[in-house]
Design a protein around this ligand. Sequence first.
Ligand SMILES: C[S@@+](CC[C@H](N)C(=O)[O-])C[C@H]1O[C@@H](n2cnc3c(N)ncnc32)[C@H](O)[C@@H]1O
Length: 139
Amino acid sequence: MMQQIFWEQKPECVVETGTAFGGSALYWAHVLRDQGLEKSRVFTVDIQDYNKKAAADPLWKNYVTFYNGSSTDPAIVQKIAEQVRGKKTIVTLDSDHSMKHVLAEMKLYAPMVTSGSYLIVEDTHSKIRKYRLPTSAAS
Ligand SMILES: C[S@@+](CC[C@H](N)C(=O)[O-])C[C@H]1O[C@@H](n2cnc3c(N)ncnc32)[C@H](O)[C@@H]1O
């Protein structure tokens, strides 16, 4: 699904909240490169900093910028907003899945999404009860 969205949108910027080990950010980098979008970039944020292994990948160094802190920290939001301003942008929310946090992220990151592009809320179909909460924020 995400690959299809990338293919249709040809994003210049992908913003991700919730980096974790960096697997998804590195995957977005692979998809961008493989779709010939060498100038596109991934901006990813997490309160934890445990993506060292992924960050050692040459593709990460070329494509990914990591911000260590909360996705709702105004200073981080501003830095990311400056990076994506005027560029075709997709946002994917995959950090704290509580309704309150997802709603806050939606308000902060929706303005970064290009008209006609996507703001994706991850894990809305998880069967784990607490992870069903993003659906509440999205509805
Ligand atoms: C579901 S994991 C992300 C998985 C990752 N996107 C992937 O697919 O490989 C959720 C991550 O959100 C992070 N997180 C939790 N609260 C956060 C916050 N307020 N701001 C940024 N990241 C947060 C956690 O530290 C955790 O690494």
